[in-house]
Design a protein around this ligand. Sequence first.
Ligand code: NAP
Length: 294
Amino acid sequence: MLNISAKTKIIGVFGYPIEHSLSPLMHNAAFSYLGLDYCYLAFSVRPEDLKQAVESIRALNLVGVNVTIPHKERVLPYLDKVSRQARLIGAVNTIHNKGGKLIGYNTDLSGFLTSLKQAGFNPKGKKVVVIGAGGAARAVSFALSQEGVHSLFILNRTLEKAKSLTKMVKKSIINGVRPAGSDPIIEALSLRKKELIKAIERADLLVNATSLGMVPKTSQSPLAGFGLLPKNLVVYDLVYNPAETKLIRLAKKSKGKTIGGLEMLIQQGAKSFEIFTGLKAPLEVMRKVMRKAM
Ligand code: NAP
């Protein structure tokens, strides 16, 4: 149990709804383990109250906050400074109050890449399919393009959003946010079975960046109605609740390698922890408490 006093430093998370968030559990476990006088709270912030909530970070002298659905994109105009990466992605998930200046970061990108490489997948030169074009898909697509993939197919239910994302990623490549070398093939497609089959056929990695399969609708899958998948296909599902989604089960049945979303959640949280405290995050402690909670 944390000992709250008048000196305790406060960090929080803004979201709506927020009751399901595991961030307080993960961060408080880390503070407790390191003996830090910090406390992490969840704030239910309605979209219409976001501006005042952000102003309150300064007014209440909070150390900072994490930002989750549905505020990650809408929060940008209320900040004093936004990191280059977060501006590129167009989404902020971490706000640090640095001496009264509110600075926005995106730790989803590095959280995704760290977890991907940790699972033994190096994206350089690989053929990748990303399903989704929301905030998470944006972080994933920029991350992969920066790592020099061979090709990136982005499929989304709303094709216009996939097209706009491919445009943004291509523009970032022209502006040099990627290692030198030949440019990747980047294409937007609709989320239809015919397009999916074609995209998956020769892919090395498939990333689900939609909310399909997430609790409470665990019977959903972006590959509903698919038989077996190519056995060399690595399947990464960003959904972390449940830990084993319908998509992950299909990939396992196909004898392919699978990566669940929990490690990305831990890695992005660890990066935020380091921004807030300036200290190295106790990853094992955070992992243990999150695995137990799942
Ligand atoms: P978002 O911005 O709201 O985007 C949602 C995406 O899902 C959109 O591409 C949307 O397509 C698609 N989608 C939703 N319902 C669908 C349906 N019935 N059929 C087809 N497509 C559907 O959300 P987000 O922030 O990107 O998050 C997406 C998922 O990633 C969530 O499950 C979230 O928990 C997970 N996530 C995990 C981590 C992690 O650390 N593991 C981090 C961030 C996010 P349209 O554009 O057509 O609406």
